[in-house]
Design a protein around this ligand. Structure first.
Ligand SMILES: N[C@@H](CCC(=O)N[C@@H](CS)C(=O)NCC(=O)O)C(=O)O
Length: 243
């Protein structure tokens, strides 16, 4: 067992960019503080902290990871840092590490980001046609899920993943599939992506992930539970009309 320095993960009290890191730290039982910045319509807690570079980090954005004296900003960099610092990187071959990095990048840029954009759309882009954006986002996500499904199948992922401990990519994959289902409901049709569906349902971390989410229910974005539920209800209503 390695000795790790004190770890603090700071992020808003939502799932967003950091829930997969929370899942990972919990599953791997890495002692840490899960510091959640309270959400409110005016983001008062964040406004009070935003100017403090020691807490808001290099770019005054969250998530921020403290690893002993180290402060790490940027979701992808935090991921790469943790993958290395935890010792996971050295358990994999160079080719495997490359695959992990490609998948993380793909899930963050092509799943996590468009989902957040869609949920915020009515506030972020005045006058946007939310129904059209939702339809387009769903179509693109389904196409992307088909590519991921094929990739995991070709890479014999289910078998090889069983031969190593649960890693960040497993947490991220589960989290993104869960979020996409939460947002699109039955419109996603996860069962049509057989490998992804199995990876999701049979994830060794699933019980821990679900327990963590049940213990601290959180919205996907910084809109907060009530505001986000309303936005999601609207999105699903618009999708139902179009389908
Ligand atoms: N490129 C950064 C983006 C981080 C980011 O945009 N964080 C948002 C929350 S998801 C934030 O801190 N917003 C508050 C602000 O910009 O004042 C990353 O990938 O971590």
């Amino acid at each position: 067992v390695r000795n790790f320095p004190p770890i603090v993960l700071r992020y808003f009290d939502c799932r967003g960019r950091a829930q997969f890191i929370r899942h990972y730290l919990a599953c791997r039982e890495l002692a840490h503080v899960d510091e959640r910045v309270a959400l409110s319509p005016g983001f008062e807690a964040w406004q009070a902290m935003r100017g403090d570079r020691g807490r808001a980090g290099t770019f005054h954005k969250l998530p921020v990871l403290h690893w002993g004296e180290r402060l790490v900003s940027e979701t992808l960099v935090i991921n790469a840092f943790l993958h290395r610092a935890s010792g996971d990187e050295e358990l994999l071959s160079e080719a495997e590490n490359l695959r992990h990095a490609m998948l993380v990048s793909s899930l963050v840029s092509d799943v996590m980001t468009p989902i957040a954009t869609l949920i915020w759309a009515d506030l972020a882009f005045r006058g946007v046609d939310v129904g059209a954006l939702a339809q387009q986002s769903l179509g693109r996500l389904r196409t992307h899920f088909a590519s991921l499904d094929r990739t995991f199948e070709e890479w014999d992922w289910r078998r090889t993943a069983q031969m190593r401990p649960l890693m960040l990519i497993d947490c991220l994959l589960w989290e993104e599939i869960d979020v996409v289902q939460h947002v699109f409901g039955e419109h996603l049709r996860l069962h049509e992506f057989a490998t992804l569906a199995r990876l999701y349902h049979e994830s060794p971390g699933r019980a821990v992930f679900e327990k963590l989410l049940a213990a601290q229910p959180a919205s996907v974005t910084g809109r907060g539970l009530a505001g986000e539920d309303e936005a999601l209800a609207k999105i699903r209503e618009l999708l139902a009309v179009q389908s």
